[in-house]
Design a protein around this ligand. Structure first.
Ligand code: NAD
Length: 477
């Protein structure tokens, strides 16, 4: 049975309540039961973190780095088991799980290095004494995370928070509690002092309790825009929050583009992780001259995907993560049809008799700006084509969304690529690459309703800034 980790001990929820997580590819396979935590658990966890904070803040950065390195090594030594568990808990494919399990220790190492790089600045100020800045930990960090990268995303928050000397409460998604537990176990195995981290399992109710506790100095959140907005409102102006939210990411394809390349990167972006990536491709904006040709190439590749349990040999598209995701996907297919889009392939459960949340890769054409499948984040394997005339109208359509996370253009013309990069309103711009995929040491985040735009994740020193307070000190003798 899974437990919370509070005040250096593995404990059940105060109320004794639990929830169960099952394998979304085989619903008879129980992953475990976990504490269904609430306000009381958060209250105790935060009090304990506050007690542990001064000693951790006073710990040498070299020691913090050593612990993050050791946790990374622990994750690596358990990689095979973690891949199996991640496939079972989330439903992603073995290849996708292997990539995530490989990336997570790299994140911890990246921030281990940042721990020892923290600097201050001196400001020559004749008449004012010696003026200089120091950076201190913010204090208690609350990390609230989603299920689609349940190791990788928390590690991008835990790494810099601990490196900077903060104490941290992790509230993982209720769909992937085991991965949250595994991360905390790795940190403890790496030598993290008990009390410096707390794990509080549960639903949005537990997340909301973390946000509501004014002793939590900073909230770092990744999840839907809807939840992000609620958190932003609850945090208020006195505390800091960093929010990574949804996307509606377009690929723009112009005349003269290599259509095989375009089709392959579109299919990768749209159906990788069963369409459940924040940077996943959900819209294709294609100019008239190549629209039909591109559409048929995309459909051919989409239909070659092998849907099934992520651990099975040869499977290239795993299950959706939950009953909610499954229902939402099928509802959006109906919405697309009702709004007048043309269903070209997919749109159905993969196998009515399967004991898992399997659906078929789905492509619509005839998308128009007012359709809900064009404007709303489906977060499933549903791709919609929009036909347009030229570069200008393609960019306008691509930008016609409340989101601004990632966009891609497929072109062999460098001037067009640069014009697209200049005009697209997304934080990530890909040229001849899928909207998904990222470099681990480059700033990651979006514009508009996709992200708070300061302190991007993965951005080294700038990310560390979110977890540090800067003081300006004036010294005279
Ligand atoms: P979600 O918003 O439903 O949940 C995310 C986390 O917030 C979970 O831990 C949940 O329990 C918690 N939560 C829910 N309600 C809360 C509340 N009122 N207060 C505090 N916490 C609350 O999102 P999800 O379904 O887990 O994840 C999918 C979403 O995440 C998609 O929209 C996707 O685009 C987004 N996402 C964004 C990024 C990014 O980096 N921009 C990365 C991955 C996923």
């Amino acid at each position: 049975m899974g437990l919370n980790y509070i005040d250096g001990r593995w404990v059940a929820a105060q109320s004794g309540a639990t929830f169960e997580r099952r394998n979304p590819a085989d619903r008879s396979d129980v992953i475990g039961t976990f504490p269904d935590s609430g306000h009381d658990d958060v209250e105790i966890a935060v009090s304990a973190l506050i007690k542990a904070a001064p000693a951790w803040a006073a710990t040498a950065p070299e020691r913090r780095a050593e612990i993050l390195e050791a946790a990374a090594a622990n994750l690596e030594s358990n990689a095979a088991a973690l891949v199996d568990e991640l496939v079972r808990e989330e439903g992603k494919t073995r290849a996708e799980a292997t990539m995530e399990v490989g990336r997570t220790p790299m994140n911890l190492r990246f921030y281990a290095a940042e721990a020892v790089r923290t600097t201050g600045t001196t400001y020559p100020s004749p008449g004012e004494g010696l003026v200089f800045t120091v950076r201190e930990p913010v204090g208690v960090v609350g990390a609230i995370t989603p299920w689609n990268f349940p190791l990788n995303i928390p590690s991008r928050k835990i790494g810099p928070a601990l490196a900077a000397g903060n104490v941290l409460l992790l509230k993982p998604s209720e769909l992937t509690p085991l991965m949250g537990q595994r991360l905390v176990e790795a940190l403890l195995a790496g030598g993290l002092p008990p009390g410096v981290i707390a794990l509080v399992q549960g639903s949005g109710k537990a997340g909301a309790a973390v946000v509501a506790d004014s002793r939590v100095d900073a909230i770092t959140f990744t999840g839907s825009t809807q939840t992000g907005r609620a958190i932003h409102a609850a945090v208020g102006p006195e505390r800091r929050s960093q929010l990574e939210m949804g996307g509606k990411n377009p690929v723009v394809v112009l005349e003269g583009a290599d259509l095989d390349k375009a089709a392959s990167l579109i299919v990768k972006g749209a159906f990788g992780l069963s369409g459940q990536a924040c940077t996943g491709t959900s819209r294709v904006v294609a100019v008239d001259a190549i629209h039909d040709d591109l559409l048929s190439r995309v459909v051919v590749l989409a239909q070659k995907l092998v849907v099934g349990a992520g651990g099975d040999e040869g499977v290239t598209m795993g299950a959706l993560a939950s009953a909610g995701q499954y229902r939402k996907f099928l509802d959006y297919v109906q919405v697309g049809l009702d709004d007048g889009a043309e269903l070209i392939c997919g749109g159905t459960p993969h196998d009515d008799n399967a004991d898992g949340f399997f659906v078929t890769p789905t492509v619509f054409s005839g998308g128009t700006p007012e359709m809900r499948i064009v404007t709303e984040e489906v977060f499933g394997p549903l791709l919609v084509f929009l036909r347009t005339e030229n570069f200008d109208s393609a960019v306008d359509l691509a930008n016609n969304t409340e989101y601004g996370l990632s966009s891609s253009v497929v072109t062999n013309d460098i001037a067009t690529a640069l014009a697209f990069a200049a005009r697209t309103k997304t934080g990530l711009v890909k040229i001849n690459q899928p909207t998904t995929g990222m470099s681990m040491n480059a700033p990651f985040g979006g514009f508009k309703a996709s992200s708070t735009q300061t302190n991007k994740e993965q951005a080294g020193e700038s990310m560390m800034g979110f977890y540090q307070c800067e003081k300006t000190i004036y010294l005279s003798g």
